[in-house]
Design a protein around this ligand. Structure first.
Ligand code: AVJ
Length: 332
């Protein structure tokens, strides 16, 4: 562990060492040697990928971010009242834009104490911490630089005086995990909760496939660039020679699994050399590489996942078009 920043209000601990950031080498070696090639979606988010994702969030077709923000703004008071929380733990905090809404409600309720963001991006986390302690006098920040698939156990314990906390996983990120991993993640997150604590989970909802497919294949091609960005990441980090323009962006809704899949389809036969791994990979013309699944939920599916993970749904908040949902859950 490396202490990145320490002041009376802000402490930041890092569990990532340079190079090992998001376990890219293992994932690429595994993923590109599978019978159906696959790269996990967490590798989209280098500086350029994060910027492209920010642009996706502004697209007319991509409703999840603004809808979640709308629900949060309308319900933050309720969420805080229901939980009485004095602390917010946020997994994958990014720019902390959503946290600000919840922290504002906690401040108004007079319960606010501490914000515990966990993110892979040190720069984003530090900037957010500085802004937030400035905005909220009573706030301290204990940041954790890490990957929430690997470093959940580094999240500090809840407030000693027994004040309760909210652990938030927003944006629909939980949908990026296949069902078994998803339940395991929820169970691990549940282990951070005391009896009075709550999980706040954002999930995109099942809807008209045309709406879903447009959200993942926008008319300006920003999502296509975001998708191909993973090839740029592999080229740079692992000295590979992917020709990103040789891959076509594919996004479709799988009705059986109720998830959107993004893939990259080779337009022609390609041979790729990944120097850092000593690995040669062949793509046949038309062969596809899966880069993301993004599961869409119903209330029943969320409840089943919670139950299987030792949690129970307490409150369900959605928008008037039922596009997106926020759930509050507690330990069974
Ligand atoms: C940030 C994972 C929630 O699955 O909708 C956006 C990422 N991928 N457009 C999602 C994403 C394509 C997004 N999550």
């Amino acid at each position: 562990m490396r202490t990145v920043a320490s002041s009376p209000e802000i402490r930041i601990d890092s569990y990532l060492s340079a190079g090992e950031e998001r376990s890219l080498a293992y994932d690429v070696l595994d993923g590109l040697t599978r019978p159906f090639k696959e790269i996990p979606p967490k590798h989209f988010y280098d500086a350029r990928g994060s910027e492209l994702f920010e642009r996706i969030c502004e697209l007319p077709e991509y409703y999840p971010t603004r809808t979640e923000r709308e629900i949060l703004s309308a319900r933050a008071q309720d969420i805080v009242r229901c939980s009485g929380a004095g602390e917010l733990v946020e997994l994958g905090s990014g720019s902390a834009e959503k946290a600000r809404i919840l922290l504002g409600a906690m401040s108004a309720a007079g319960t606010l104490r501490r914000y515990v963001p966990l993110d892979v991006s040190e720069s984003a986390l530090e900037a957010a911490a500085l802004e937030l302690v400035d905005e909220f006098d009573e706030l301290t920040v204990h940041g954790v630089i890490g990957d929430f698939e690997r470093h959940l156990d580094r999240v500090p314990r809840g407030p000693a005086d027994g004040a309760s906390r909210i652990v938030a996983l927003l944006g629909g990120t939980i949908g990026n995990f296949p069902p078994g991993t998803r339940r395991r993640m929820l169970r691990q997150i549940g282990a951070l909760l005391g009896p009075e604590d709550r999980l706040l989970l954002g999930t995109d909802l099942v809807k008209n496939p045309a709406v879903l497919e447009a959200a993942y294949d926008d008319s300006q091609g920003v999502t296509a660039e975001f998708n191909r960005n993973v090839l740029h990441v592999i080229n740079r980090e692992l000295e590979a020679d992917f020709a990103p323009e040789a891959f076509e962006h594919i996004a479709f809704y799988d009705r059986e699994h109720e998830w959107v899949e993004m893939r990259l389809r080779a337009r022609r036969p390609c041979t790729v050399w990944v120097a850092a791994l000593g690995l040669r990979v062949q793509f046949a013309a038309g062969e596809e590489l899966r880069t993301e699944i993004s599961a869409k939920f119903t209330r029943a599916r969320v409840e089943d996942d919670f139950r299987a993970a030792g949690l129970r749904l307490e409150c369900w908040y959605t928008d008037s078009d039922q596009l997106f949902a926020l759930s509050l859950a507690r330990r069974l």
